[in-house]
Design a protein around this ligand. Structure first.
Ligand code: DGL
Length: 265
Protein backbone atom coordinates (compact mmCIF):
# COMPACT_ATOMS: atom_id res chain seq x y z
CA UNK A 1 0.00 0.00 0.00
CA UNK A 2 1.45 3.41 -0.93
CA UNK A 3 1.00 6.49 1.22
CA UNK A 4 -1.41 7.99 -1.30
CA UNK A 5 -3.57 4.95 -0.63
CA UNK A 6 -4.10 6.04 2.96
CA UNK A 7 -6.61 8.42 4.42
CA UNK A 8 -6.41 9.80 7.96
CA UNK A 9 -9.81 11.52 7.79
CA UNK A 10 -12.29 10.38 10.46
CA UNK A 11 -15.08 7.85 10.19
CA UNK A 12 -18.53 9.12 11.23
CA UNK A 13 -20.67 6.95 13.49
CA UNK A 14 -24.20 7.77 14.58
CA UNK A 15 -27.16 6.48 16.52
CA UNK A 16 -30.32 7.93 18.01
CA UNK A 17 -28.34 8.30 21.24
CA UNK A 18 -26.26 6.11 23.56
CA UNK A 19 -26.53 2.78 21.73
CA UNK A 20 -23.96 3.46 19.04
CA UNK A 21 -21.37 4.15 21.73
CA UNK A 22 -21.10 0.34 21.89
CA UNK A 23 -20.23 0.31 18.17
CA UNK A 24 -17.69 3.08 18.73
CA UNK A 25 -16.19 0.98 21.55
CA UNK A 26 -15.77 -1.96 19.16
CA UNK A 27 -14.38 0.31 16.43
CA UNK A 28 -11.76 1.85 18.75
CA UNK A 29 -10.66 -1.64 19.81
CA UNK A 30 -10.45 -3.04 16.30
CA UNK A 31 -9.12 0.05 14.50
CA UNK A 32 -6.73 1.86 16.85
CA UNK A 33 -5.23 4.02 14.07
CA UNK A 34 -8.54 5.50 12.97
CA UNK A 35 -10.22 8.71 14.12
CA UNK A 36 -13.96 8.76 14.77
CA UNK A 37 -16.64 11.42 15.06
CA UNK A 38 -19.61 10.05 16.99
CA UNK A 39 -23.02 11.72 16.88
CA UNK A 40 -25.86 10.77 19.22
CA UNK A 41 -29.14 12.29 18.09
CA UNK A 42 -30.29 12.24 21.69
CA UNK A 43 -32.68 15.17 21.43
CA UNK A 44 -34.70 12.96 19.07
CA UNK A 45 -34.25 9.57 20.76
CA UNK A 46 -35.78 7.07 20.69
CA UNK A 47 -36.00 6.49 16.94
CA UNK A 48 -37.69 3.15 17.55
CA UNK A 49 -41.05 4.77 18.26
CA UNK A 50 -41.05 7.08 15.20
CA UNK A 51 -42.41 6.76 11.68
CA UNK A 52 -40.17 5.66 8.83
CA UNK A 53 -40.41 9.14 7.26
CA UNK A 54 -39.34 10.81 10.52
CA UNK A 55 -36.34 8.47 10.89
CA UNK A 56 -35.27 9.15 7.30
CA UNK A 57 -35.42 12.93 7.85
CA UNK A 58 -33.52 12.74 11.15
CA UNK A 59 -30.84 10.39 9.78
CA UNK A 60 -30.34 12.60 6.74
CA UNK A 61 -29.74 15.61 8.96
CA UNK A 62 -27.21 13.68 11.06
CA UNK A 63 -25.33 12.54 7.94
CA UNK A 64 -25.05 16.19 6.89
CA UNK A 65 -23.54 17.06 10.28
CA UNK A 66 -21.02 14.23 9.91
CA UNK A 67 -20.16 15.16 6.34
CA UNK A 68 -19.37 18.67 7.56
CA UNK A 69 -16.60 16.95 9.60
CA UNK A 70 -15.16 15.61 6.34
CA UNK A 71 -15.75 11.96 7.23
CA UNK A 72 -14.55 9.29 4.79
CA UNK A 73 -17.33 6.82 5.68
CA UNK A 74 -20.43 6.70 7.87
CA UNK A 75 -21.50 3.81 10.09
CA UNK A 76 -25.17 3.81 11.01
CA UNK A 77 -24.71 2.36 14.50
CA UNK A 78 -28.43 1.85 14.85
CA UNK A 79 -30.48 -1.09 13.62
CA UNK A 80 -33.58 1.09 13.55
CA UNK A 81 -32.10 3.81 11.33
CA UNK A 82 -30.53 1.14 9.13
CA UNK A 83 -33.88 -0.59 8.58
CA UNK A 84 -35.74 2.64 7.93
CA UNK A 85 -33.21 4.87 6.21
CA UNK A 86 -30.03 3.12 4.94
CA UNK A 87 -31.13 2.70 1.34
CA UNK A 88 -32.34 6.31 1.18
CA UNK A 89 -29.08 7.60 2.70
CA UNK A 90 -26.96 5.58 0.24
CA UNK A 91 -28.86 7.11 -2.68
CA UNK A 92 -28.62 10.62 -1.28
CA UNK A 93 -24.98 10.61 -0.16
CA UNK A 94 -23.17 8.73 -2.91
CA UNK A 95 -19.77 10.31 -2.22
CA UNK A 96 -18.83 8.02 0.71
CA UNK A 97 -19.65 4.46 1.84
CA UNK A 98 -22.55 4.22 4.30
CA UNK A 99 -22.57 1.04 6.36
CA UNK A 100 -25.52 -0.27 8.32
CA UNK A 101 -26.30 -2.89 10.93
CA UNK A 102 -28.38 -6.01 10.96
CA UNK A 103 -29.61 -8.14 13.89
CA UNK A 104 -27.22 -11.12 14.14
CA UNK A 105 -29.93 -13.68 13.47
CA UNK A 106 -27.81 -15.68 11.02
CA UNK A 107 -25.16 -16.91 13.48
CA UNK A 108 -27.83 -17.58 16.11
CA UNK A 109 -29.83 -19.79 13.73
CA UNK A 110 -26.62 -21.50 12.60
CA UNK A 111 -25.85 -22.43 16.20
CA UNK A 112 -29.43 -23.40 17.08
CA UNK A 113 -31.23 -24.43 13.86
CA UNK A 114 -34.14 -25.87 15.83
CA UNK A 115 -33.80 -23.77 18.94
CA UNK A 116 -35.64 -20.84 20.45
CA UNK A 117 -34.12 -17.48 19.65
CA UNK A 118 -35.26 -14.14 21.06
CA UNK A 119 -34.62 -11.04 18.94
CA UNK A 120 -34.58 -7.92 21.09
CA UNK A 121 -35.03 -4.89 18.82
CA UNK A 122 -37.20 -1.82 18.38
CA UNK A 123 -40.72 -1.92 16.97
CA UNK A 124 -39.42 -0.24 13.83
CA UNK A 125 -36.65 -2.79 13.23
CA UNK A 126 -39.04 -5.68 13.78
CA UNK A 127 -41.76 -4.27 11.51
CA UNK A 128 -39.58 -3.09 8.58
CA UNK A 129 -39.18 -5.12 5.38
CA UNK A 130 -35.47 -5.64 6.04
CA UNK A 131 -36.18 -7.85 9.06
CA UNK A 132 -38.84 -9.86 7.20
CA UNK A 133 -36.26 -10.47 4.46
CA UNK A 134 -33.66 -11.51 7.02
CA UNK A 135 -36.16 -13.96 8.52
CA UNK A 136 -36.80 -15.42 5.07
CA UNK A 137 -33.08 -15.69 4.24
CA UNK A 138 -32.30 -17.45 7.50
CA UNK A 139 -35.51 -19.50 7.34
CA UNK A 140 -35.14 -22.59 9.46
CA UNK A 141 -36.97 -24.60 12.02
CA UNK A 142 -35.86 -22.24 14.75
CA UNK A 143 -38.55 -20.51 16.77
CA UNK A 144 -37.94 -16.76 16.61
CA UNK A 145 -39.53 -14.62 19.31
CA UNK A 146 -39.65 -10.90 18.48
CA UNK A 147 -39.22 -8.81 21.60
CA UNK A 148 -39.57 -5.03 21.31
CA UNK A 149 -38.41 -3.35 24.51
CA UNK A 150 -38.90 0.44 24.28
CA UNK A 151 -38.54 0.88 28.03
CA UNK A 152 -35.00 -0.51 27.85
CA UNK A 153 -33.96 2.03 25.21
CA UNK A 154 -35.21 4.86 27.44
CA UNK A 155 -33.45 3.36 30.43
CA UNK A 156 -30.08 3.08 28.64
CA UNK A 157 -30.53 6.69 27.45
CA UNK A 158 -30.41 7.56 31.17
CA UNK A 159 -27.20 5.47 31.46
CA UNK A 160 -28.88 2.88 33.67
CA UNK A 161 -27.21 -0.36 32.51
CA UNK A 162 -26.84 -2.43 35.68
CA UNK A 163 -28.22 -2.61 39.21
CA UNK A 164 -31.74 -3.19 40.55
CA UNK A 165 -33.58 -0.97 38.04
CA UNK A 166 -31.91 -2.60 35.02
CA UNK A 167 -32.61 -6.06 36.44
CA UNK A 168 -36.27 -5.22 37.13
CA UNK A 169 -36.86 -3.73 33.64
CA UNK A 170 -35.21 -6.68 31.91
CA UNK A 171 -37.23 -9.15 33.93
CA UNK A 172 -40.44 -7.30 33.01
CA UNK A 173 -39.57 -7.53 29.28
CA UNK A 174 -39.19 -11.30 29.60
CA UNK A 175 -42.35 -11.73 31.67
CA UNK A 176 -44.26 -13.73 29.06
CA UNK A 177 -41.36 -15.89 27.89
CA UNK A 178 -40.36 -19.23 29.37
CA UNK A 179 -36.74 -18.47 30.23
CA UNK A 180 -35.75 -22.12 30.33
CA UNK A 181 -36.73 -22.53 26.65
CA UNK A 182 -34.32 -19.86 25.33
CA UNK A 183 -31.17 -20.97 23.49
CA UNK A 184 -30.01 -17.66 22.11
CA UNK A 185 -30.72 -13.94 22.28
CA UNK A 186 -29.97 -11.54 19.43
CA UNK A 187 -29.28 -7.96 20.54
CA UNK A 188 -30.88 -6.23 17.55
CA UNK A 189 -30.59 -2.76 19.03
CA UNK A 190 -27.23 -1.21 19.87
CA UNK A 191 -28.55 0.20 23.15
CA UNK A 192 -29.00 -3.34 24.44
CA UNK A 193 -25.30 -4.19 24.18
CA UNK A 194 -24.87 -2.27 27.41
CA UNK A 195 -27.31 -4.65 29.11
CA UNK A 196 -25.40 -7.82 28.18
CA UNK A 197 -24.09 -8.42 31.66
CA UNK A 198 -27.47 -7.76 33.28
CA UNK A 199 -29.13 -10.04 30.72
CA UNK A 200 -26.70 -12.86 31.51
CA UNK A 201 -27.69 -12.40 35.13
CA UNK A 202 -31.34 -12.95 34.20
CA UNK A 203 -30.93 -15.75 31.66
CA UNK A 204 -27.85 -17.52 32.99
CA UNK A 205 -24.42 -18.00 31.44
CA UNK A 206 -25.65 -20.88 29.27
CA UNK A 207 -27.73 -18.66 26.98
CA UNK A 208 -25.79 -17.42 23.94
CA UNK A 209 -25.98 -13.71 23.21
CA UNK A 210 -25.32 -12.40 19.70
CA UNK A 211 -24.75 -8.89 18.40
CA UNK A 212 -23.85 -7.26 15.10
CA UNK A 213 -21.14 -4.88 16.28
CA UNK A 214 -18.12 -7.03 15.43
CA UNK A 215 -19.49 -7.83 11.96
CA UNK A 216 -20.20 -4.17 11.23
CA UNK A 217 -16.70 -3.05 12.15
CA UNK A 218 -15.20 -5.93 10.15
CA UNK A 219 -17.16 -4.65 7.14
CA UNK A 220 -15.90 -1.13 7.76
CA UNK A 221 -12.31 -2.37 7.82
CA UNK A 222 -12.77 -4.41 4.65
CA UNK A 223 -14.36 -1.51 2.74
CA UNK A 224 -11.72 1.03 3.77
CA UNK A 225 -8.97 -1.46 2.90
CA UNK A 226 -10.51 -2.14 -0.48
CA UNK A 227 -10.78 1.60 -1.21
CA UNK A 228 -7.22 2.27 0.01
CA UNK A 229 -8.66 4.50 2.72
CA UNK A 230 -7.41 3.03 5.98
CA UNK A 231 -5.47 5.47 8.17
CA UNK A 232 -1.68 5.29 8.12
CA UNK A 233 -0.34 2.58 10.45
CA UNK A 234 1.50 5.18 12.54
CA UNK A 235 -1.53 7.48 12.77
CA UNK A 236 -2.68 8.02 16.34
CA UNK A 237 -6.40 7.18 16.50
CA UNK A 238 -8.81 9.49 18.33
CA UNK A 239 -12.51 10.18 18.79
CA UNK A 240 -14.86 13.08 19.44
CA UNK A 241 -18.37 12.80 20.83
CA UNK A 242 -21.17 15.07 19.66
CA UNK A 243 -24.90 15.09 20.28
CA UNK A 244 -28.06 17.06 19.65
CA UNK A 245 -28.46 17.53 23.41
CA UNK A 246 -25.93 19.18 25.74
CA UNK A 247 -22.51 18.85 27.37
CA UNK A 248 -23.93 16.81 30.25
CA UNK A 249 -25.19 14.23 27.75
CA UNK A 250 -21.82 14.19 25.97
CA UNK A 251 -20.19 13.44 29.33
CA UNK A 252 -22.73 10.64 29.87
CA UNK A 253 -21.70 9.13 26.49
CA UNK A 254 -18.04 9.30 27.50
CA UNK A 255 -18.80 7.57 30.81
CA UNK A 256 -20.65 4.80 29.00
CA UNK A 257 -17.75 4.36 26.56
CA UNK A 258 -15.44 3.94 29.55
CA UNK A 259 -17.48 1.04 30.94
CA UNK A 260 -18.17 -0.52 27.53
CA UNK A 261 -15.78 -3.43 28.00
CA UNK A 262 -17.04 -4.13 31.50
CA UNK A 263 -20.76 -4.37 30.70
CA UNK A 264 -21.08 -4.96 26.96
CA UNK A 265 -18.53 -7.70 26.18
N1 DGL B 1 -29.98 2.01 19.10
C1 DGL B 1 -31.02 1.91 18.13
C2 DGL B 1 -31.01 0.56 17.40
O1 DGL B 1 -29.99 -0.07 17.28
C3 DGL B 1 -32.43 2.28 18.48
C4 DGL B 1 -32.87 2.88 19.72
C5 DGL B 1 -34.01 3.86 19.53
O2 DGL B 1 -33.72 5.00 19.29
O3 DGL B 1 -35.19 3.46 19.62
O4 DGL B 1 -32.03 0.15 16.91
Amino acid sequence: MSLSDQDNRPVGIFDSGMGGISVLGEAIQQMPNESFVYYGDSANAPYGEKSTAQIIALSERVCEVLLAHDVKAIVIACNTATSAAASHLRKKFTQIPILGMEPALKPAVQDFPKGTIVVMATEVTLREKKFAELMLKTASKAKVIKLPCPSLVRMVERSVVYGPEAEKELKACYDNIDLSSIDGVVLGCTHFLFLRKALKGLLGEGVHIYDGNGGTINNLKAILLQKGQLAQPNHQGSFILKSSKDEAYNQQMLDLLRIYEEVAL
